[in-house]
Design a protein around this ligand. Structure first.
Ligand code: M6R
Length: 610
């Protein structure tokens, strides 16, 4: 995964550039570093740990102005997170330096060849092989050496390369790992993502796959890495504001992002519905295809997969349509015959998840059309899709996905209403009723957030448990999966999500007085069944935390503690409300345990490697 930032220009202090690098830490944060040309020599500082620690190491040189610089924040793939494996990597003469995001599959054979030529390696990384490979091919032009080197690489790579021999040049390459170029006045940037350069410029070039860019302070030249020919490029102006990627007084990004959910729902509802109808302007050109489509698939990872799973229940409950869903890491290797009338819905916050992109490419090969439901409009996923629904959640920085999840859910519900109507698979009255009830969502979400203090208190009582089981049924089965995922990723407490009906087929063996059992027992058609499951878990001394609808005495009497949500007429709204309760619950448990909420260990926001 990893985050890359590069600079060439009139000069910027290290402090500014490290500030930009901090905004890439969501991509990995186990080690970091900077290489810069200083007094015609290569200056290098790197370490394990986060950018803030690097800033402290550099406290005396934070004002140092650099005109050529590359920076990196790492999520370890090859080799542990220590100083040696941290980027930037340099060649033996210390006149060449490189940052890399991706994986080089043939690095071992290349390393062998380089060792035979006398090269020495000081890290376990695949990336150090690239810098030495470039060195071995470098005669007079860095550009030519990089082109020759990348022709030998197999795998995925976004690269930033500098040399003290050509101190006005920054080389960038993109192959299956994201990279953008930022255009400034007398300065240019490269970065893995927009937030890194937002404080410098809003003029962006999205480098395409298979392209290499040569930047100096006044110009950018882009070529195709195969043909080596110069190609034209488009400059976009991004609309994201720097404030959107800041905490705005909240203790954590995760907390801020949870509290943004009602406003995002309002935005989605007003953008995608008008005069009692759902409308997606971006889908106008594909109505005939959607009408004629025969099969629908959803492919996504993690939280996005859970959103798709909830939406599947919604579609199948309210229309005569159905769909197949799988995690992208499985979907991409399945032997599915997808034909021309198939629609693949790819859901992703980042739009850079390697498995989801691979699933999309696989489906496209078979003739399917791709609809992406994605938060990052400039992402690879959106660019590779036939149609897109932007989820309008704004930058999500906390590694644990919260606002992106509810935005995905709402966009999918609206899309499925639109889709079912288009296909004549839903009754008009039902369509109208559902749309009307979805409009109540923002105020309901606000109510849950206002009750956050109760959830904080309950979370405190549950923080001492060493393991959790999350149970749900029907449309709230995926809510249980999502609740367990949230808790485990930020608190590191083992938590399993299960279909409540499956409990007796195994997990019940785990239940005793040390096991917390979170039961989503809201009012819906399966409520009675959930009550029985609560009874069964309680009989085995499990400590029950029930998410219940207001006024449900039966469930609250059975549970050790309850989190109460408003009772809703349309039970399809329950997953949205349960999600906020479980997000807040996970957040407060993690906070009680003193965990690093926004940047949990071992994780990265955007999983750009398989
Ligand atoms: O960017 P994506 O939505 O494609 O990411 C998918 C998952 O990696 C992501 O949802 C992950 O599971 C979150 N950290 C969960 O909170």
């Amino acid at each position: 995964m990893c985050g890359i930032l590069g600079y060439v220009g009139k000069g910027r202090p290290f402090r500014d550039l490290l500030g930009g690098l901090t905004r890439l830490e969501y991509r990995g944060y186990d080690s970091c570093g900077i290489a810069a040309i200083k007094n015609d020599k290569l200056f290098l500082k790197k370490r394990s740990g986060k950018v803030n620690q690097l800033k402290k190491d550099l406290s005396k040189s934070l004002k140092t102005v650099s005109s050529l610089c590359i920076l990196h924040t790492r999520w370890a793939t090859h080799g542990k997170p220590n100083r040696a494996n941290a980027h930037p990597h340099i060649n033996r003469e210390s006149n060449l330096s490189l940052v890399h995001n991706g994986i080089i599959e043939n690095f071992l054979s290349l390393k062998k060849e380089l060792l035979a030529k006398g090269y020495k390696f000081s890290s376990e990384t695949d990336s150090e092989v690239i810098v030495n490979l470039i060195d071995s091919l470098y005669t007079s032009s860095l550009e030519e050496a990089v082109l020759k080197a990348i022709a030998k690489l197999k795998g995925s790579f976004a690269l930033g390369v500098i040399s003290s021999s050509e101190p006005n040049k920054l080389i960038a390459v993109r192959k299956s790992s994201p990279l953008i170029i930022g255009l400034g006045k007398n300065e240019n940037f490269i970065a893995s993502d927009v937030p890194a350069i937002l404080s410098f410029t809003k003029r962006i070039i999205y480098l395409k796959d298979g392209q290499m860019a040569m930047l100096n302070k006044g110009s950018v030249r882009i070529c195709d890495i195969k043909t080596k020919r110069k190609v034209a490029y488009k400059i976009d102006t991004v609309k994201i504001k720097l404030e959107d990627a800041q905490k705005k007084g909240y203790t954590h990004f995760m907390l801020k992002e949870m509290f943004e959910q009602p406003a995002i729902s309002t935005k989605i509802l007003s953008s995608y519905s008008k005069n009692q109808k759902v409308h997606f302007s971006g889908l106008k050109g594909c109505e005939t295809f959607l009408k004629q489509s025969k099969k629908v698939y959803i492919s996504a990872c993690g939280t996005a997969y859970h959103a798709g799973y909830v939406a599947k229940y919604f579609l199948e409950k309210h229309s005569s349509l159905n769909l197949e869903i799988d995690t992208s890491s499985e979907f991409r290797y399945r032997q599915i015959e997808m034909g021309k009338n198939s629609l693949l819905i790819a859901i992703s916050q980042s739009g850079e998840t390697a498995d989801t992109l691979a699933a999309v490419r696989q489906a496209k090969k078979q003739g399917a059309k791709i609809l992406s439901v994605c938060n990052v409009v400039g992402s690879s996923l959106v660019k590779e899709s036939d149609f897109a629904i932007p989820t309008l959640a704004g930058p999500e920085i906390g590694v644990a996905s919260t606002k992106a999840y509810s935005a995905q859910l709402l966009c999918l519900f609206l899309f499925f209403l639109y889709f079912a109507k288009l296909k004549g698979a839903i009754k008009n009255k039902e369509y109208q009723g559902l749309l009307k009830s979805l409009k109540k969502l923002p105020s309901l979400q606000r109510k849950i957030l206002a009750g956050g203090k109760d959830i904080r208190r309950i979370a405190k009582a549950f923080s001492k448990f060493g393991s959790f089981l999350f149970l749900g049924r029907g449309i709230n089965y995926p809510s249980a999966l999502e609740g367990a995922l949230k808790l485990k990723e930020i608190s590191y407490i083992p938590a399993e999500g299960y279909a409540a009906g499956e409990m007796k087929h195994g997990p019940i063996a785990l239940i005793d007085e040390y096991r917390a059992v979170v039961c989503i027992a809201v009012n819906d058609n399966l409520h009675e069944k959930m009550l029985s499951n609560i009874q069964e878990a309680k009989a085995r001394k499990g400590k029950i935390l029930a998410i219940i609808s207001k006024g449900d005495k039966q469930a609250s009497n059975l549970a050790y503690k309850s989190i109460v949500i408003p009772k809703v007429d349309n039970t399809d709204l329950n997953p949205f409300l349960a999600a906020i309760c479980l997000q807040l619950f996970a957040y407060y448990v993690a906070k009680n345990l003193g965990c690093e909420i926004d940047q949990p260990r071992n994780l990265a926001k955007s999983v750009t490697v398989e």
